[in-house]
Design a protein around this ligand. Structure first.
Ligand code: MOS
Length: 739
């Protein structure tokens, strides 16, 4: 099905099941421990051996020798494969760093060996016996130090966030020079780790030349293609299966070393091999969100109208990588005739930088939305009013392109009322509750809505049961549930008459999970397949397919009616289709919006920040399931608090690696850090986005949160911190005197 004109009325609009806050259909399996994750697929292949991956102990240089004699002779060892045993493997299309092979080391903890043994402990012990000799080369590990050498770089996060290396509208410099009120400030965000609960893990088994990998991947088709390319085998020879995923956040978008080394280990050992990356390897072997240094200049008239806005960002990556697209939202979020965005890329020899939840916008808004707060203060305008004054209903660089929907003002106004914004004192440092300095902050949330081609197969059996098969993934988001809701609504059956099977590369290729495109796109694919199945049902029953209604397990047309299952017959009925998108996605700017509100207390003596209340008001099209969507948003808000207050991969600038490479050293919020969160979804439908009229919401929830926390800290204390995370040491000696 080609989606080329805005959606009109369709069966989804009944909203009997879609749009309802139904519980997750995979919930019982998740909560009883019977949803198997990659490392737990004990039953899929007999006689599984254990693999253990060795990461390089240098960040740059060469492996000159590897002594594996002791490892090979160690108890239980079945095979040892080292990087010197094979030439550098071809890179997957989406990988920046090579995953294995050859002597050259591009980054710390690059995989240099896999040991396969009868038990995990034997594999780990033997790995420790490998002696590696290196020729170390000097590396570049300090973003600020490399800044002078950084080049302008075009970037595309691949997730709907991108910008040319430099983009100008009007005359920024002239307008900025003349602006009566201006801000010129620099903000920094650190390297961050996805730190998902489930590490990267794979079980690989060969049958002749055919390879099956049970893994943990957000994007099945990408993984299959790139694994085949890396191993130099035909794509058709690879099957990937990933039905349950314990978080990805962008870290599992692309093929990683676990799948490659499980496959190589299994080939060498002639046994199925299972392996997981250890925590240190998750941080240093895979990808991370790159640090940024962002320079923002805003000029405005005394009326609060922005006349000039510039956002320039510097980030680093390995040779061949791209910039963090932190300027992307600044192209679209606020009006202003004179505009400049630019991105610079410094070549660094740190592990690969890549997508992490809302790449571009998440760190970009952490800077821009503090700048907006600072500017509002200079203008003596309420920060919400300042944003409203500068709202735009069209792409400010291309005014002929309207937003398909844009309810930012409504998000901010409704949030202000709900949160009690009128109780905020505009003068910082005024509200004291015992030892706590209390303040409120706001930020706009913005994230583009990407639509992706997505396929599905739907089966109907004689009992009226509907089975959906698609290689879509559920990374903890609720895909199973919204897909079941879609199929149930379309076929007129209750939810428990639907089975959903996901994550297998033998199913039709879907949108996958990334860039908050998964929910809308994958259900639209299921919608398309169900439209075909409805036609097939009507045809079988010799009903008029235009008139046919699918209600309560029955099909009705005119005065005729039949049970749905009757159409299936003994052999069943199958339909398959793919939703594809036409020009609508470019004619309109499709984005999602939020108002993020935060109240914090800052301990006047210790400088500790405690978040007290959070509210997100989101405008993100039709909400397919308010319960799972809310879970997505509160998870993202929590991650936003982490980014604001805790998360930072500490760079060892001498040896070039992330030091705090485990969940003890890499701090993320726990329940005790997050007291009260509320989420409101505005009533919205976007007929331009898809037949589902939905948009993405999983990343919108993090976009702007960091700045809202930061702005609340400023309101509480009068201390402006422009470098994340806002740890107590950055506040301590600047806090108001405790009396
Ligand atoms: Mo993307 S960072 O996997 O949503």
């Amino acid at each position: 099905m080609k989606f080329e004109t805005p959606a009109t009325n369709n069966p989804i609009d009944q909203l009997k099941i879609v749009g309802q806050p139904v519980d997750r259909i995979d919930g019982p399996r998740k909560t009883t421990g019977t949803a198997p994750y990659a490392y737990e697929r004990h039953d899929v292949a007999r006689n599984q051996a254990y693999g253990y991956v060795l990461g390089a102990g240098i960040a740059k240089g060469r492996v000159t020798a590897m002594d594996t004699a002791a490892a090979k002779a160690a108890p239980g060892v079945l095979a040892v494969v080292t990087t010197l045993d094979m030439p550098r493997l071809e890179k997957g299309q989406l990988n920046t760093a090579s995953l294995f092979g050859g002597p050259d080391i591009q980054h710390y903890h690059q995989a240099i060996a896999v040991v396969v043994a009868e038990s995990f402990e034997q594999a780990r012990d033997a790995t420790a016996m490998i002696r590696v000799s290196y020729a170390r080369a000097p590396g570049r590990f300090d973003l600020a130090a490399e800044a002078p050498k950084a080049q302008l770089a075009t970037g595309d996060s691949g997730e709907g966030s991108g910008a040319p290396h430099e983009d100008r509208t009007g005359d920024f410099e002239g307008a900025f020079a003349q602006a009566p009120v201006k801000l010129d400030a620099t903000y920094t965000t650190p390297d961050e780790s996805h730190a998902m609960m489930e590490p990267h893990a794979s079980i690989a088994a060969w049958e002749g030349e055919k390879l099956t990998v049970w893994t943990s991947s957000q994007m099945i088709a990408w993984g299959k293609r790139d694994l085949a390319k890396t191993l130099g085998i035909p794509t058709e020879s690879v099957r990937l299966d990933s039905p349950f995923i314990g978080g990805g956040f962008g870290g599992k978008l692309f093929l990683r070393a676990d799948a490659v080394l499980a496959a190589l280990g299994a080939r060498a050992a002639r046994r199925p091999v299972k392996l997981a990356l250890t925590r240190p390897l998750v941080a240093n072997n895979t990808t991370h969100r790159p640090a940024t240094i962002q320079h923002i200049r805003i000029g405005a008239g005394r009326d609060g109208r922005i006349t000039a806005i510039a956002h320039e960002s510097l980030s680093g990556d390995l040779e061949g990588g791209g910039p963090e697209t932190a300027v992307a939202q600044t192209k679209l979020l606020y009006a202003g005739a004179n505009r400049l965005t630019a991105m610079r890329l410094a070549i660094l020899d740190l592990p690969e930088g890549n997508a992490m939840r809302a790449p571009g916008e998440a760190p970009g808004l952490m800077a821009l939305e503090i700048a907006m707060d600072e500017m509002a203060e200079k203008l003596e305008i309420d920060p919400i009013e300042f944003r409203i004054i500068n709202d735009t209903q069209v792409d400010p660089e291309h005014p002929e392109r309207p937003f398909s929907q844009r309810q930012l003002i409504q998000c901010l106004r409704q949030g202000a009322e709900r949160f009690g914004w009128n109780r905020r004192n505009a003068t910082p440092g005024q509200r004291r509750e015992g030892r706590w300095l209390v303040g409120m902050g706001v930020a706009a949330g913005f994230r583009n809505n990407l639509v992706m081609k997505s396929g599905a197969r739907v089966r109907l059996d004689a009992g009226g049961r509907v089975t959906v098969e698609t290689d879509m993934t559920d990374i903890g988001t609720g895909s199973y549930t919204i897909i079941a809701q879609t199929a149930a609504e379309m076929m007129g059956v209750p939810l428990d008459k639907v089975t959903v099977r996901l994550g297998d590369s033998s199913f039709p290729v879907s949108a996958g999970s990334g860039g908050q495109w998964g929910g809308n796109s994958s259900t639209a694919g299921v919608y398309a397949a169900c439209v075909k199945l409805r036609e097939a049902v009507a045809q079988r029953l010799a009903f008029n397919s235009v008139e046919a209604e699918f209600v309560d397990g029955q099909v009705r047309a005119g005065n005729r009616s039949a049970p749905l299952g009757q159409a299936a017959g003994a052999d069943g009925l199958v339909a398959e289709d793919t939703i594809e998108y036409g020009e609508l996605a470019t004619r309109y700017q499709q984005s999602t919006f939020a108002g993020h509100f935060v109240e914090v207390g800052v301990n006047a003596a210790t400088g500790e920040t405690r978040v007290r209340r959070m509210l997100a008001v989101c405008a993100a099209g039709r909400i397919l399931n308010p319960k799972s969507a809310r879970s997505q948003v509160i998870g993202a808000m929590t991650m936003g608090v982490g980014a604001a207050l805790m998360e930072e991969l500490a760079v060892d600038k001498r040896h070039g690696f992330f030091v705090n490479h485990d969940l003890a050293g890499y701090e993320v919020p726990v329940h005790a850090d997050i007291p009260h969160q509320e989420v409101i979804f505005l009533d919205e439908m976007d007929p331009v986005s898809s037949p589902m009229k939905a948009k993405g919401v999983g990343e919108l929830g993090i976009c702007g949160v960091g700045a809202a926390v930061s702005n609340a800290i400023y309101n509480a204390t009068g201390v402006r911190v422009r470098g994340y995370p806002i740890t107590l040491d950055k506040l301590l000696d600047r806090l108001p005197q405790v009396t």
